[in-house]
Write a protein that binds this ligand. Structure first.
Ligand code: PEP
Length: 253
């Protein structure tokens, strides 16, 4: 396969004040000091990025933002650009998280613009895709993913995919305690890899990391990580507590 380094990423969503974020980061740094076989990334809220970066900067822990705007700068009150988050220490950025699609009107078109903004700023995009419950029930999972991947990745070149990560996050499994079964997750990840091969080439398909997200916990991570097309996890709720997140990183229950 493509020698993909596993990645465990934590999305802190809209949780943690600055002091709380710094304390969590410090604990995580000391817990993960001996970890070398997995890339760890955390995505704190914007307000804590710069402070957390001072703590994680000298370590192997990567920093990500949860969102960015597609313009470089301008009169866009309340928005944050790729260059801004890069300068705060980020090297990754989540794009198209289902909570952004659901509550903030993000579409495959805005996802596409944000991917280019991230690449322009030197950020690695973590592109989130996934079906909701009604789409799964109606057996539309694959067609939803086809559309999200086609429109989201429109115009992206194979070498630009070198820095991208895909996160498959079935919306019905996010924050609900429901996890896709290992079979369901593997089936979709394999499908996404086929889309990458068809849309780009076999090399991109083999090299691109595809993370699973949706109620990942210490007691389900091992089964998920054992699957051939699952290269890691994007963890929400269970990443907020550093001890729990460390158990996921080290695949311990
Ligand atoms: C997420 O926020 O990306 C996520 C998967 O959340 P949770 O792990 O809480 O389901």
């Amino acid at each position: 396969m493509g020698n993909r380094v596993p990645m465990i990423a934590g999305n802190w969503k809209m949780f943690k004040t600055c002091p709380e974020a710094l304390e969590t980061a410090r604990t995580l740094v000391s817990l993960t000091a001996g970890v070398s076989d997995v890339e760890i990334m955390i995505a704190p809220p914007f307000t804590a990025l710069s402070g957390v970066s001072e703590i994680t900067g000298p370590t192997g822990i990567q920093l990500g933002a949860q969102n960015l705007h597609w313009e470089k700068e301008g009169a866009y009150t309340g928005e944050v650009s790729g260059a801004m988050i890069y300068s705060a220490g980020c090297r990754y950025v989540l794009i198209g998280h289902s909570e952004r699609r659901q509550f903030f009107g993000e579409t495959d078109e805005t996802v596409n613009r944000k991917i280019f903004a991230a690449l322009d700023a030197g950020l690695k995009p973590v592109i989130c895709v996934g079906e909701d419950e009604s789409e799964r029930d109606a057996e539309k999972t694959f067609s939803v993913l086809d559309k999200q991947m086609e429109k989201g990745l429109k115009g992206v070149l194979p070498d630009q995919m070198g820095s991208a990560v895909i996160a498959y996050e079935p919306v019905w499994a996010i924050g609900t305690g429901k996890t896709a079964t290992p079979e369901q997750a593997q089936e979709v990840h394999e499908y996404l890899r086929k889309i990458l091969a068809a849309r780009f080439d076999d090399n991109v398909a083999a090299k691109t990391r595809i993370l699973y997200g949706g109620s990942v916990k210490p007691d389900n991570i091992s089964l998920l990580m054992a699957l051939p097309d699952i290269d890691g996890a994007l963890v929400g709720g269970a990443s907020l507590d550093p001890e729990t997140f460390f158990k996921i990183i080290s695949h311990k229950t």
